[in-house]
Design a binder for this molecule. Structure first.
Ligand code: THU
Length: 142
């Protein structure tokens, strides 16, 4: 285990706890599929989000989007790691739209951790989930 592990075991546990608390707050009366997400920013702060569905189905918002919004509101500009938590046998990986949303704030090598009930089950890099992606650099952003 190296000193530069991202997230550190302590940060990972805090992300798990934040995602779990968020998942419990999910508003998912249509799918009944509760998702929690946690983002670790460049300051070491953790921001959580849950999915919020809507009677007009496409207006629903994913947990990852909520967590990224919370990060931006708090003054974070970089997502150093992302954790997504959901129930079930299948890994709850970010949807395509959320992969792109994460891409806005994360480096290709940023870890995306997939958790079940309180435990990390898989670890990907953003690049693995969204290869050859389009991002801020294409529009001249640093
Ligand atoms: N959902 C998320 O919040 N994040 C994902 O990455 C996958 C899907 C939500 C959206 C919807 O409220 C429910 O899970 C079922 O699709």
């Amino acid at each position: 285990m190296s000193d530069t592990e991202v997230p550190t075991p302590l940060e990972r546990d805090a992300m798990l706890a934040a995602a779990r608390a968020a998942m419990d707050r999910a508003y998912a009366p249509y799918s009944h599929f509760h998702v929690g997400a946690a983002v670790l920013d460049e300051h070491g702060a953790i921001h959580a989000g849950c999915n919020v569905e809507n009677a007009a189905y496409p207006q629903g918002v994913c947990a990852e989007a909520g967590a990224l919004s919370a990060m931006v509101l708090a003054g974070g500009t970089r997502a150093r790691a992302v954790l997504v938590m959901g129930h079930g046998d299948a890994l709850v990986t970010p949807c395509g739209g959320c992969r792109q949303k994460i891409r806005e704030f994360a480096a290709p090598e940023a870890p995306v951790l997939i958790a079940g009930d309180g435990q990390v089950r898989a670890r990907f890099t953003l690049e693995q989930l969204l290869p050859h992606s389009f991002g801020p650099e294409h529009l001249g952003q640093p």
